[in-house]
Design a protein around this ligand. Structure first.
Ligand code: S3P
Length: 424
C-alpha cells in the first residue's frame, strides 16, 4: 500500500464501531435469553472470528446491512463445537471466550493464526486453573492451541499482575459459572466495557477502585446495543488532522469512556486543538470530536494512563516524531505482546523514516522534530502499525510503502478509503 503526502484534510467521518464493545455484544448476546440487536457493529476480521466461534456453538447470528441479530440461548445454552474454534488473529476472542468455555459441560479447542500462536495465554490459564478449570496449551508453550475441558468452577479473588481488560474479562466471565463471588484486582484500571455491558444485560458486577466482582449464575436478557465509534480507530484521524497542514476533521459519535480516552488527554498535553461536541453520558459515553491542525510538543506518558491508550501508542509514537521536543513513553511493556512487538516494530520503522527514536524495556524515547522521509515499512501484519504509518505517509515527504497494508481489515476494513475521502 503506497501513501503520499496530503494537505487540507477536511470532512466528516463516522469511524467504525468499537472493536472491544462489538466482541462483547456478540458474546454476551449469545449467553443471554432472547435476541440482542447490535447496530454499528464492527465488521472487522477479529469480530467476525467471534461470530464464527459462537455460531459453531449453536448460536444463530444473523447479519444484515445495518445490524447483527444474536439469538441467545442463555448462560447454559451453548452446545459442543464439532471442530476447532478458529480465533484468527484475535486476542480478545481467545482470552474472553476461554473464560466462558472453562465453565461449559463440553470440551473445546481454540486455535488461530501465526501471530496469535505466539501471544501469552498463561496470563489467563493461571487464574482459570486456580478456579478449577482444565485448560491446556497443546504445545506446552503457554500459547494457543488451547484445549479446554469444561468444569464446575470456584469463585476466587485474583490479583492480576497486569492491567489487562482481557484477563479481567476472562476471569469475570468464568465467574458467571462459579460457585461463589469472583473478583479481580488489577494494578491500574483497564477498559471496563465488560463490567458496563454485563450489568446492562442483567448481571451483578460491582467495581471499586481497580477491583471488579461478579455474582455467579446471572440471568442475562437480550438487549439493544448501539456500538459507539472506536476511539482507537478515531486516533488515526485525530493524528492526521492535527499534523496535516490546513486540516479540519469532524469525527462523529466516538466512544470516550474514560478507561479508553487517554489519547485525548495526551493530545491536549501536546498542545492539540480538539473540541468535544454533543457529549452523551448514557451507557458508554460518546462525543463528536472536532480536530484542527496544531503544532505539537513532546510529553511524558506513564503510569495509570497507559492502559487507557495502550492501542494508540503506535499512533502516538508517530505523532511524537513530528512534534517538537522529546516524548518519553514508560510502563508500556505490554506493547511487546500485542499483534506484534510494538516497541521494536515502531522503533525500527520510524528509524527507517529518519526519526530519532530509541526503544526501552517498557516504552520508547522519541526526540521529535526531525524531518521524516518516505520509506518501505514492514507492518508485521499488525493493523495498528499499518494505519499509524499510513498517517505518517500523509505528512512526510516522499512515499511510504506499507508491506501487507491490507492487515487493516482486522479492525478497520475501510481505513484507506476513509483516509483518501478527506482530501477531495
Ligand atoms: C482489549 C484489551 C486490550 C487491547 C485489545 C482489546 C479488550 O488488551 O489491547 O486491543 O477488548 O479487552 P489487554 O487487555 O491485553 O491490554
Amino acid at each position: 500500500m503506497e501513501i503520499k503526502k496530503q494537505t487540507n484534510l477536511r470532512g466528516t467521518l463516522t469511524v467504525p464501531g468499537d472493536k472491544s464493545i462489538s466482541h462483547r455484544a456478540v458474546m454476551f448476546g449469545s449467553l443471554a435469553k432472547g435476541t440482542t440487536r447490535i447496530s454499528h457493529f464492527l465488521e472487522g476480521a477479529d469480530c467476525l472470528s467471534t461470530i464464527t466461534c459462537f455460531r459453531k456453538m449453536g448460536i444463530d447470528i444473523e447479519r444484515n446491512a445495518s445490524e447483527i441479530m444474536v439469538h441467545g440461548k442463555g448462560l447454559h445454552g451453548l452446545s459442543a463445537p464439532d471442530s476447532i474454534l478458529d480465533v484468527g488473529n484475535s486476542g480478545t476472542t481467545t482470552r474472553l471466550i476461554s473464560g466462558i468455555l472453562a465453565g461449559q459441560n463440553f470440551i473445546s479447542e481454540l486455535d488461530g493464526d501465526d501471530s496469535i500462536r505466539t501471544r501469552p495465554m498463561k496470563r489467563i490459564m493461571t487464574p482459570l486453573t486456580s478456579m478449577g478449570a482444565d485448560i491446556v496449551s497443546k504445545q506446552d508453550n503457554g500459547c494457543v492451541p488451547l484445549v479446554i475441558h469444561g468444569k464446575t468452577l470456584h469463585g476466587i479473588h485474583y490479583d492480576s499482575p497486569v492491567a489487562s481488560a482481557q484477563v479481567k474479562s476472562c476471569v469475570l466471565l468464568a465467574g458467571m459459572y462459579a460457585d461463589g463471588i469472583t473478583s479481580v484486582t488489577e494494578p491500574f484500571l483497564s477498559r471496563n466495557h465488560t463490567e458496563i455491558m454485563l450489568n446492562y444485560f442483567g448481571a451483578k458486577v460491582t467495581s471499586e477502585g481497580t477491583t471488579a466482582s461478579i455474582v455467579p449464575e446471572p440471568t442475562l436478557n437480550g438487549r439493544e446495543i448501539q456500538v459507539p465509534g472506536d476511539i482507537s480507530s478515531a486516533a488515526y484521524f485525530i493524528a492526521a488532522g492535527l499534523l496535516t497542514p490546513g486540516s479540519e476533521i469532524l469525527l462523529k459519535n466516538v466512544g470516550i469512556n474514560p478507561t479508553r480516552a487517554g489519547i485525548l488527554k495526551v493530545c491536549m498535553d501536546m498542545g492539540a486543538d480538539i473540541t468535544l461536541f454533543n457529549e452523551s453520558t448514557e451507557g458508554e459515553p460518546t462525543a463528536d470530536l472536532l480536530i484542527r491542525t496544531s503544532s505539537l510538543k513532546g510529553t511524558t506518558i506513564e503510569g495509570g494512563i497507559i492502559p487507557t491508550l495502550i492501542d494508540e501508542i503506535p499512533m502516538i509514537a508517530v505523532m511524537a516524531a513530528f512534534a517538537d521536543g522529546t516524548t518519553v513513553i514508560r510502563d508500556a511493556r505490554e506493547l511487546k505482546v500485542k499483534e506484534s512487538d510494538r516497541i521494536t516494530v515502531m522503533v525500527d520503522n520510524l528509524k527507517r523514516m529518519g526519526a530519532d527514536i530509541e526503544g526501552t524495556e517498557d516504552g520508547m524515547i522519541i526526540h521529535g522534530g526531525r524531518p521524516l522521509h518516505g520509506a518501505t515499512i514492514d507492518s508485521h501484519l499488525d493493523h495498528r502499525v499499518a494505519m499509524s504509518f499510513a498517517v505518517a505517509g500523509t505528512i512526510c515527504d516522499g512515499t511510504v510503502d506499507i508491506l501487507n497494508g491490507d492487515c487493516v481489515k482486522i479492525s478497520y476494513p475501510e481505513f484507506y478509503n476513509d483516509l483518501y475521502s478527506l482530501n477531495k
